[in-house]
Design a protein around this ligand. Structure first.
Ligand code: ZN
Length: 161
């Protein structure tokens, strides 16, 4: 069986940034399972996995364009500290915000002082080259329900979302 659309794929992976620093890994965690062809993973990785079989190991380098996108400096904004109503502010803290156009996004605190809090709506990995080391551990057909939902269910069973 090969990886193609509407297959449920189980992976082992290590994700490093362009400088070789490990950012994420499936090691010591529950299996990483996803539905192929449903944009559950970044486009560059999905493309690289297409056609692969169980047991295959490979490295793939994904550009920002096919990863979490390039950085958009317009998504960096400064808000008055007073808007936080005396709540604690920490670097890396994330919260939901709305753009002037009313779009919802998640922003992270990247800088702050007593007056100003600088927030960034870019994905923390935007602009980064993603170096994946991948091992294909399992492939199975997706159930009709999984295809309808657009994601994998644990062992093909009930939906946990
Ligand atoms: Zn579901």
């Amino acid at each position: 069986m090969q990886i193609k659309n509407n297959k449920i794929v189980t992976l082992d992976y290590i994700l490093k940034d362009g400088e070789g620093q490990v950012i994420d890994s499936s090691e010591g965690r529950e299996d990483f399972v996803y539905l192929h062809g449903a944009s559950n993973i970044v486009p560059g990785l999905e493309k690289a996995l297409t056609g692969k079989k169980v047991g295959v190991e490979f490295d793939v380098s994904v550009s920002p364009e096919e990863g979490y996108g390039t950085r958009n400096e317009e998504l960096v904004d400064e808000v008055p500290r007073a808007m936080f109503d005396g709540n604690e502010v920490q670097l890396g803290m994330q919260f939901h915000a709305e753009t002037p156009a009313g779009e919802k996004m998640i922003v992270s605190v990247i800088e702050f002082d007593d007056e100003i809090v600088k927030v960034d709506g870019n994905h923390p990995l935007s602009g980064a080259v993603l170096d994946f080391t991948i091992k294909v551990v399992g492939i199975r057909d997706a159930s009709e329900e999984e295809i309808n939902h657009g994601h994998a269910h644990q062992s093909g069973g009930a939906c946990s979302h």
